[in-house]
Design a protein around this ligand. Structure first.
Ligand SMILES: Cc1cc2nc3c(=O)[nH]c(=O)nc-3n(C[C@H](O)[C@H](O)[C@H](O)COP(=O)(O)OP(=O)(O)OC[C@H]3O[C@@H](n4cnc5c(N)ncnc54)[C@H](O)[C@@H]3O)c2cc1C
Length: 381
């Protein structure tokens, strides 16, 4: 094993241990209560899971995208909701890492890496979800600061974050070239939290509206240049979609592992004719999960290798939608095999099925991912 492989194995082992010892005893309760896991923030910070994508010079782990995916997959194997905490922290951080000035990085990143600070990614608005280029939140330059007004919705960690990566338009007529990112700190006058959503799945993650009313943000908290945010966001999503795929793979694997144990305990292992249908379902689940895993790590590897000219956005979109569609199918089939029992809270597969549904929707719906793939294919010479 070379150094990089060893480092990745280290991340996988650490995440597996934390998932087994800390997340597993809490998973059902987190789903039941929908309470945010502050204890997980403590634990993940201790192990560096909340600073994976932050460079070492700012106190972070400087892990690659493959390692990021491995950590997410291991936690999602037990609880997809608890894995989302790792993803969202990276998604909120990446625009700053990729596009922020050194001054902004020094102001924000060490507080995330060393002081257990949380950050969220505020893009979606009531009138602008899939059509992210139509953000209506406005930022107007006044002297040495911007004044931001707008309303963001469905924001993961909106109610618990210390920092908000907010995307607003500085030049509405320029569409994507007018979108600019800002870091807004918790407690800034005019920043408030609206409705907290009650979701069917991924219930341990906090999802809220974020309201900005005449919020004054120093120009130094702008992320890079005016109008640069679209590419910061796209580069962020190219890196985070494989991690969402890894979340789906971990979830699906967790459901299959549970199902295998259930079937073994029932003694349905001997290929009796009346159980053949179930055995075929198991085989299909295992194959589909392996195919999804291969796609996820191919996309992650493309990001890590940075090979010029590879359509990373296409593989990243493929990995997100294929893996989450597999997770939906596997968890639905797992409930089907358990029959009535599968519908009850006696088994984790019903929670896993609800969580899988959410993964098909966030970070760009699976319909939008298909469009990214088709557009990339049709643009190719
Ligand atoms: C649990 C959860 C957490 C989230 N966290 C965050 C977050 O932290 N930050 C953030 O900014 N956002 C977040 N989101 C928002 C999420 O990314 C959006 O919900 C998603 O992108 C879809 O936007 P929408 O809900 O407005 O649906 P719409 O864009 O209104 O789409 C409605 C339907 O139309 C389809 N559709 C839309 N346009 C097209 C098209 N051109 N072609 C084909 N089909 C199309 C969609 O696939 C969908 O089925 C979160 C969402 C969820 C569910």
């Amino acid at each position: 094993m070379n150094d990089i492989e060893q480092e990745r194995e280290g991340w996988r082992d650490k995440a597996r241990e934390v998932a087994k010892d800390v997340v597993a005893p809490r998973a059902a309760e987190i789903d039941e209560t929908g309470e945010f896991g502050w204890d997980l923030v403590e634990e993940y910070s201790k192990h560096g899971f909340l600073s994976l994508v932050i460079p070492k010079e700012y106190g972070g782990m400087d892990a690659d995208i493959t390692s990021f995916c491995l950590v997410v997959e291991e936690i999602a194997n037990i609880c997809a909701s608890s894995a989302l905490l790792v993803i969202v922290q990276a998604v909120g951080t990446m625009p700053v890492v990729l596009g922020g000035t050194n001054e902004l990085k020094e102001r924000v990143l060490p507080r995330l890496a060393k002081e257990k600070g949380l950050i969220c990614f505020c893009l979606t608005e009531p009138e602008s979800g899939s059509d992210a280029a139509s953000v209506r939140t406005k930022a107007v330059l006044k002297g040495d600061h911007y004044v931001i007004n707008g309303r963001k919705c469905f924001i993961t960690n909106g109610g618990v974050a210390d920092f908000y990566s907010v995307f607003a338009t500085t030049l509405p007529e320029k569409k994507i070239e007018g979108i600019t990112g800002f870091v807004v700190e918790k407690g800034t006058p005019g920043l408030s939290i609206g409705k907290t959503e009650e979701k069917m799945g991924i219930r341990g993650s906090n999802t809220t509206e974020v309201i900005l009313e005449d919020v004054e943000v120093p120009s130094a908290q702008r992320i890079g240049d005016e109008g640069a945010a679209w590419w910061q966001m796209m580069r962020t999503l190219n890196r985070s979609r494989p991690a969402i795929g890894a979340q789906a793979v971990g979830l699906a694997q967790g459901a299959l592992d549970y199902l295998v144990r259930f079937i073994q305990e029932k003694g349905w292992v001997k290929g009796k004719e009346d159980r053949l249908g179930i055995h075929f379902m198991l085989a299909d689940m295992a194959v589909e999960i392996e195919a999804a895993r291969a796609l996820v790590y191919k996309a992650a590897n493309m990001m890590d290798e940075k090979v010029k000219g590879t359509p990373v956005q296409m593989f990243s979109a493929m990995s997100k939608y294929f893996a989450s569609d597999v997770a939906m199918k596997v968890t639905t089939d797992a409930v089907q095999v358990l029959q009535f029992e599968g519908l009850t809270k006696n088994h984790p597969v019903e929670r896993m099925m609800r969580d899988a549904k959410v993964i098909q929707i966030f970070e760009g719906t699976n319909q939008i991912q298909r469009m990214v793939v088709a557009h990339t294919l049709l643009k190719a010479k």
